[in-house]
Design a protein around this ligand. Structure first.
Ligand code: NAP
Length: 316
């Protein structure tokens, strides 16, 4: 099968469109024929070797985490899926596997794809949509009427977070650059802040939840604009934004939390419902065929993409 592999860590030039063997499935796995994947920053961080202490040194590696496709084979113990089912999920980005024609997926991580959208739109959802959903619902315990600020509202995680927060009747402030104001307003934000003009952390307005989707503002900077008992959530594990504040978890008051997205079928099913009832949609900036993955990575590495970058593998 065709897949995108790397034989060493490095720039987008190390990405090779190659022929490799199809993965073999275990008893509790599905073999999924991939229709589309999408680019997440963790994919190019893995490619660069930023996470090599976790991703290791066994090459070749197939990169890619998000996928939407069709089940073509099931392991002997699989009960919930059968060949022909359309599924979406993500595989561990550090071990990868989704930039390929076929990928092995654990039954316990897969969910049926939303019926009203294409595989390309569905492949945009898993990592970014689950990060947004689990941040707001699990870590933030978001309730209707709460004031929620999304920093990085125009990115992959941010565009989902704004829509999910609005779907749960939060009052949402989105932070982005001027060029993305109209898009973020269109997603339903009650207020949009251009970060070049206004520093939300210096204003009087306070928030119940601050989701720093792009890991640009520390808990220390945000603390004074959190309501009592408010929660700051970051997508990035850095010393500045989380480590000095881990103590906050053990005391009453404002809390700093770090999200680590998990491929939960419960949450993928919740996202499917939100997509099927029209509350949430994938915002797709650019689409690249799998052969052009190097360009897709280079674009993502500019940090200027809007919504998601989709990678098409095969029309199914
Ligand atoms: N912990 C986890 O489980 C997890 C899961 C998913 C992602 N992440 C991490 O979360 C981060 C965001 O992921 P993503 O997929 O949303 O990235 P992305 O789509 O590549 O983010 C691009 C967006 O970032 C915005 N941006 C750049 N600088 C900004 C700033 N200073 N303030 C506000 N917005 C800014 C850009 O908007 P403008 O052009 O308007 O500035 C652009 O729309 C990445 O570092 C990723 O690795 C972590």
């Amino acid at each position: 099968m065709k897949a995108v592999i790397i034989n060493s860590y490095g720039s987008p030039d190390v990405l090779e469109y190659a022929d490799i063997d199809r993965p073999k499935i275990a008893n509790d796995e599905l073999l999924v024929k991939v229709s589309a994947s999408s680019v997440n920053p963790v994919d190019w961080k893995t490619r660069r070797g930023d996470l090599q202490m976790l991703s290791g040194f066994n090459f070749p590696k197939v990169l890619g985490s998000d996928l939407s496709g069709v089940v073509v084979e099931v392991g002997q113990r699989v009960k919930k899926f059968q060949p022909g089912d359309e599924v979406y999920t993500f595989v561990n980005p550090l071990s990868g596997g989704a930039y390929a024609e076929y990928v092995a997926v654990s039954e316990g991580n897969a969910a049926l794809k939303p019926q009203n959208i294409t595989h390309a739109e569905a492949a945009a959802v898993p990592v970014a949509g689950l990060t947004a959903f689990q941040s707001l619902m699990d870590l933030g315990q978001m309730r209707p009427g709460q004031k929620v600020l999304i920093n990085g509202a125009s990115g992959g995680v941010g565009t989902f977070a704004v829509q999910i927060a609005k779907a749960f009747q939060a009052r949402v402030t989105g932070v982005c650059s001027a060029k993305n104001r109209r898009l973020v307003e269109g997603l339903g934000c009650d207020r949009v802040i251009d970060y070049a003009e206004v520093d939300f952390a210096q204003e009087l307005e306070k928030y119940d939840i601050i989701l720093d989707a792009v890991g640009k503002r520390s808990f220390a900077a945000c603390e004074k604009v959190l309501e009592p008992g408010g929660v700051y959530i970051s997508t990035l594990p850095s010393f500045d934004n989380i480590a000095p504040n881990l103590g906050s978890l053990f005391f009453p008051g404002k809390k700093a939390k770090l999200v680590l997205a998990k491929p939960s079928p419960r949450d993928l099913n919740a996202l499917r419902e939100l997509m099927e009832n029209g509350s949430v949609q994938s915002i797709v900036d650019r689409t690249y065929p799998l052969e052009q993955i190097a360009e897709a990575h280079a674009y993502s590495e500019t940090h200027r993409s809007v919504g998601k970058i989709v990678v098409t593998v095969e029309q199914l």
